[in-house]
Design a binder for this molecule. Structure first.
Ligand code: GDP
Length: 308
């Protein structure tokens, strides 16, 4: 089983029954069965309006035809995700700064390490900045990852000024001609105003060193919390305009259906997905692969006439 299929097992489990039933009925698919699928999609945290739209189109496409319902569903869902902007880790002319934001526990520090590893795999030189100076273990955790991955990390003491650490990390990355500097931040959010103030201070510090930094601001969202992640992202988006989304913990989430709404609502692309706790468990977001793994297109799902 592919990593994607395994990761989406829980969400898929919510509607495999409904999609199988439609598959059996095929040409004679009835309203009740379609309603069952709509309910199952909503349970998987697909927004109700999208679930109704997709199921309506699925009914039209399948009734009286030999179309494979799961294939049609994959295509409809993939279409709803809209255009993608994959991040290719190109070799930049000068250091690019990626600022990572998100609430505590979302998987930010782990994702910073995974991204550095991915950059390294692509032949790029990446440096990590341990800007989560608030959490006692934040800096230490990133240092451990960096040692393990053979990546340099710039850090300060616990409680030190995160903006100063971010500045130093960018400065070191420029001095060492790194391609990318990936800066971790603290994710405490006692109040919205406080969060905004911290993040703005941090970006101001980066701009002092490099006026167009940060070049990317990516939010890490825990996929297991479902639709609530959208509200979380909105708060950050107001503080620092986001340029990308990384979904973490897709493995183990039974609410992966909310992913279809997030891109539409925020107009920010999903770039990567975390499918486990190890460094290689971060995959570029591929809508077709995601939708196929979510719906579970089986080989025997081809129309009768197409089977050999
Ligand atoms: P932070 O507080 O946002 O920096 O979060 P951490 O990076 O410390 O991650 C919190 C927990 O989530 C840790 O136990 C990580 O191992 C775990 N984690 C992070 N990403 C993933 C993922 O994609 N899948 C799973 N299963 N666990 C993850």
């Amino acid at each position: 089983m592919s990593l994607w299929k395994k990761a989406l097992e829980k969400t898929r489990g919510l509607f495999t029954g409904a999609i199988k039933k439609i598959g059996l009925l095929r040409r004679k698919v009835d309203a009740e069965t379609l309603e069952d699928l709509e309910t199952a999609l909503i349970r998987a945290d697909v927004a109700p309006r999208l679930a109704a739209e997709v199921v309506g189109d699925l009914g039209k496409a399948c009734r009286g035809t030999d179309a494979s319902p799961s294939r049609v569903l994959v295509d409809l869902l993939a279409k709803s995700l809209g255009p993608q902007r994959p991040f290719a880790w190109e070799k930049p002319a000068s250091t690019r700064c990626i600022l990572m934001v998100g609430i505590n526990g979302s998987g930010k520090t782990t994702t910073c390490a995974k991204l550095a590893w991915l950059a390294k795999q692509k032949g790029r030189k990446a440096i990590l900045g341990a800007g989560d100076t608030f959490r006692a273990a934040g800096t230490e955790q990133l240092r451990l990852w960096a040692d393990r991955l053979g990546v340099e990390v710039v850090s300060g003491r616990q409680g030190s000024d995160a903006a100063a650490v971010a500045y130093d990390a960018l400065d070191a990355a420029i001095a060492r001609e790194a391609d990318y500097v990936i800066i971790d931040t603290a994710g405490r959010m006692h109040t919205k105003a406080h969060l905004m103030e911290e993040l703005r201070k941090l970006t101001r510090a980066l701009k002092k060193r490099l006026p167009d930094a940060p070049h990317e601001v990516w939010i890490v969202l825990d996929a297991s919390i479902g639709q609530n992640a959208i509200n979380q992202a909105r708060v950050f988006h107001e503080a620092v305009p986001l340029t990308g989304i990384v979904m973490s913990k897709l493995d183990g989430s039974s609410k992966a259906g909310f992913i279809f709404s997030i891109q539409r609502e925020l107009n920010v692309p999903i770039l990567f997905m975390g499918l486990g706790e190890q460094a290689p468990d971060l995959s570029p977001f591929d809508p077709a692969e995601f939708c196929e793994a979510l719906v579970g297109v089986e080989e025997d799902d081809a129309p009768e006439g197409a089977k050999s």
